[in-house]
Design a protein around this ligand. Structure first.
Ligand SMILES: [Zn+2]
Ligand SMILES: [Zn+2]
Length: 123
């Protein structure tokens, strides 16, 4: 019997989306900006760089805090808890974000369990 694929909450996707946006923004700045630096410093692209990176930083902090919705029972789950690492089989020992790497083995979490229905899902 084939195992059903785990449902995903697209948690890591939030950060991938942010990274892709940042790369495209940088490409746009590089490709459309002026070749001369003193001219480039006066362009709109240059003025947008600062606010853009501050904005991305804020988005990153907000994204990891926004609770995820369990794909199995539709209840909200906190992204910050003392999670168990399936890779090294240890608890984190303190409250950490699901987007953080394991304190022991530095692996990213691929799946997590719902606090309500205890079912596993992909992050
Ligand atoms: Zn670990
Ligand atoms: Zn659930």
């Amino acid at each position: 019997m084939e195992e059903k694929p785990l449902k995903s909450v697209f948690f890591h996707f939030r950060f991938k989306f942010l990274a892709i946006t940042a790369i495209f923004f940088l490409l746009w700045v590089i490709l459309s900006g002026s070749a001369e630096f003193d001219q480039f410093a006066t362009t709109l692209q240059f003025k947008l760089l600062g606010p853009f990176f501050i904005g991305s930083g804020i988005f990153y902090l907000v994204f990891r805090k926004v609770p995820i919705k369990c794909p199995n029972c539709d209840k909200f789950i906190s992204t910050r808890k003392n999670w168990h690492c399936p890779n090294c089989d240890k608890m984190q020992g303190k409250e950490r974000y699901l987007s953080d790497k394991c304190v022991h083995c530095k692996q990213m979490l691929a799946t997590s369990f719902c606090d309500h229905c205890k079912k596993e899902f992909r992050l």
